[in-house]
Design a protein around this ligand. Sequence first.
Ligand code: FAD
Length: 425
Amino acid sequence: MDSAHTMSLSSLLHGIRNDSSMLQKFLYSHDLSTPPKFIMKFIKNIPDIVVQPESTEDVLKILEVAKQNRIPVTPRGAATSAYGGAIPLKGGIVVDLSRMNGFEVDEDARLLKAEAGAVWWDVQKELVRKGLSLRVYPTSAPSSTVGGWVAVGGYGIGSLKYGGIADNVASLTVADFSGVKVVDESKVSRFVGLCSATGLIINAEIRLREFSEDKPYAEHMSIEDAVKVIESVKGSDNPVHSALFIDSSFLSMKNQVKGTDLPEKDTLLLCDGKESNSLGEELWEDRFYPMRIKMLGPSLVTFEALIPLDRVPEFYREAKRITGSRHGFEASVLLFMPSDERRFSYTLHWLKVLKLLKLARKLGGKEYGYGLWLSHRSRYREDFEELYEYKREADPHNLLNPGKFFPEGAIPRLMSLAELTAVVV
Ligand SMILES: Cc1cc2nc3c(=O)[nH]c(=O)nc-3n(C[C@H](O)[C@H](O)[C@H](O)COP(=O)(O)OP(=O)(O)OC[C@H]3O[C@@H](n4cnc5c(N)ncnc54)[C@H](O)[C@@H]3O)c2cc1C
């Protein structure tokens, strides 16, 4: 899009905060992921304009302008996702929802009603004051947004007891080209985990629990024993809501980065159900900073998937073989590999992630938060055809975050090819 078009786009969006300066467009052209450089040649990640709506009316106006001019729309929360969901595939309008960050609490119904741009930890601090708590939140909670995590459909702290965010959404208010609709629980799967390819999340109603002081405790044990312990404490009647297996190599990297002397042994961290201990408290405090080890890279390649609990030891052993010794492993399963994007080995690390995804599927697990880089794998979702039909109906010109979740263009083909190659790395 040339500068004259950008100017007219800016005037069409008059009344809504917008910025088409080169600096701003560059800042909004990335998220936390850094793919190997050659991949970026296949996308137009620099948007034409960045807008910051402050109301539902603003969002509807943006969608109207996008529809009239056939311009793609890429919603963005805090851009902490590592799969490229908030990166434009074909330029267009980036919609930064961070100004729509209000929320209220229905204490009787134990429901949070939050705008998409509300930050999880701001919400949690207010809930605690009211004697309530989120049931689940991502470890990126200090910065990530309600809309972003719902759109990714992730798992996090609390998921052992309460499931993923998908299991805790009571309703959504979404906007698409036909206007605003309230979607009840039975239909939220059309939006949760689809990276906004079917609509923009304006508001979410999220289930809450009563607040209780966190009591984290940690014990050293093998992955096999950790799985047995987790098996014995999982279930809705058990007070344990979170379990993180943190392996010795991750702890070793934490020590290197933080200058601490945590015991470099495989460790299981549980929260609630027992009195806390000092190792538990130290690791729990650190739960928000899994990416500190990036300093050792200086880049980081990450992997996330769900694996059936009884297959986790097998996955862990195989993942160790694939990634080599230099990785950090936190069960549920998040895996981090320090890397260096300036070197060829960085591309190999990306290939290893694809290999791990195949392994996860082989063991009965599944990926989530497909974004841009993993859209080629969305076809494995059981309801893919149904979702695709809905997408075509709601977004016939494919303007809602194109290339996210639903495969489009060169990236999915490249990734499928890379996955074949990954067998030999
Ligand atoms: C330190 C760290 C820890 C993390 N821990 C976890 C974890 O425990 N569990 C986990 O699942 N993930 C985790 N992640 C990944 C990521 O943080 C989460 O997925 C996060 O919730 C994304 O939120 P965001 O606001 O940053 O969204 P963004 O990255 O900005 O966006 C993610 C996707 O959602 C879409 N989107 C954003 N807002 C909206 C909206 N209002 N409507 C529709 N679509 C929208 C975007 O287009 C994009 O496709 C972690 C990341 C980091 C950096």
